[in-house]
Design a protein around this ligand. Structure first.
Ligand code: FDA
Length: 303
């Protein structure tokens, strides 16, 4: 109920405008967002690298409606790749296709995405294509398949709440494509997605097993201790696997577990978002764990 309300609010543009104008709200969002500038993102990346963690940077923004905004977002990503190369920090990038025009025109998005992946290849870097709401899954995978035929430095994301997850994972495994497995963060209808946590989790474990048995480079993206233990178990028992496996978690979430996994010798990558467009991202984090609202309320009280 609260999750649905928060996800609904995450899409309300008017509320976003009010909240973004509050200096205080920016302070609170800092718990989950590195800051508003690329300098902030590079500083946080360095700190995480120094603690033995890899990073993937997300320049916040999504659901872009104008071509000039999409072009600016694509240029920004190429600038990030140049800067990361210059500064020699250990980070890839994660991008949302609606930020570079998927909701405007498929061809426009294809062009921007190709430019970004080419730039990443030049700099020896990697592009993860985040997965958004279910209406975008088909075109996102279509663009991914086109590109992955030509480039190795690009990866897809699968959401275990989607009923179609299994057939997508089987296709990706056959291709040996790089996959990040997560549960899924959007409000989806019953026809498209499992609604019960129990079902989403069971599907996550099933997809994890298929992926572990394949030769797809795999990113296990979750904060859920049960999923983490399942991944560790599968890694121990699957001696044939050659492709790399890493854990991925969001910046500011379960930092203790992140450090613990590094201490145990696992590869750990932190998803670090930054930028001024943090509102929808922040609200989705609240929806995942309404206890985070307590954190916000406590901060409000102590203001
Ligand atoms: P679940 O939500 O069941 O939580 C399990 C436990 O983890 C909770 O009990 C709590 O202890 C802790 N926890 C989870 N979320 C928390 C939070 N926000 N704050 C504090 N504690 C929390 N989604 C998507 O649709 N498309 C995408 O491309 C991505 N990409 C992505 C990358 C990475 C690196 C991660 C970690 C996640 C994503 N996601 C995503 C988000 C993902 O789909 C999902 O919404 C969240 O990760 C929460 O799911 P969990 O697997 O953590 O389990």
């Amino acid at each position: 109920m609260l999750r649905s309300l928060l996800l609904y609010l995450s899409e309300r543009k008017k509320l976003q405008d009010v909240i973004l104008s509050r200096k205080f709200a920016r302070g609170v969002a800092r718990r989950f967002v590195a800051g508003e500038t690329l300098d902030d993102a590079i500083r946080v990346t360095r700190e995480l690298n120094a603690r033995g963690m890899l990073v993937t940077l997300d320049h916040l923004g999504e659901s872009v409606e104008r071509e000039d905004q999409a072009a600016r977002a694509a240029e920004a990503y190429i600038a990030i790749l140049e800067r990361v190369h210059r500064e020699q920090v250990k980070t890839g990038i994660s991008i949302k296709l609606t930020q570079i025009g998927l909701a405007i025109d498929l061809e426009l998005c294809r062009r921007h995405l190709r430019n970004i992946v080419e730039a990443a290849e030049r700099y020896g870097n990697f592009v993860r294509i985040d997965m958004e709401a279910s209406e975008y899954v088909e075109p996102t995978l279509q663009l991914f398949y086109e590109l992955s035929d030509q480039f190795r430095n690009v990866g897809a994301v699968i959401q275990s709440y989607l009923r179609r997850g299994k057939s997508d994972v089987e296709e990706l495994s056959l291709r040996g494509a790089s996959v990040r497995l997560c549960k899924g963060a959007y409000k989806e209808p019953e026809e498209a997605a499992f609604q019960k946590k129990r079902e989403v989790d069971a599907n996550y474990e099933q997809l994890l097993e298929i992926l572990m048995n394949s030769n797809s480079p795999l990113a296990v993206a979750t904060h859920d201790s049960r999923m983490i233990e399942a991944a560790k178990r599968l890694m121990r028992t699957n001696s044939k696997r050659r492709a790399p496996v890493e854990f991925q978690m969001l910046y500011g979430v379960r930092r203790d577990v992140q450090a613990q996994l590094v201490a145990e010798g696992y590869r750990m990558r932190v998803y670090v978002p930054y930028g001024t467009e943090w509102y929808p991202y922040f609200m989705r984090r609240m929806a995942e764990r309404p206890a985070n609202l307590l954190f916000v309320l406590r901060a409000l009280k102590g203001r």
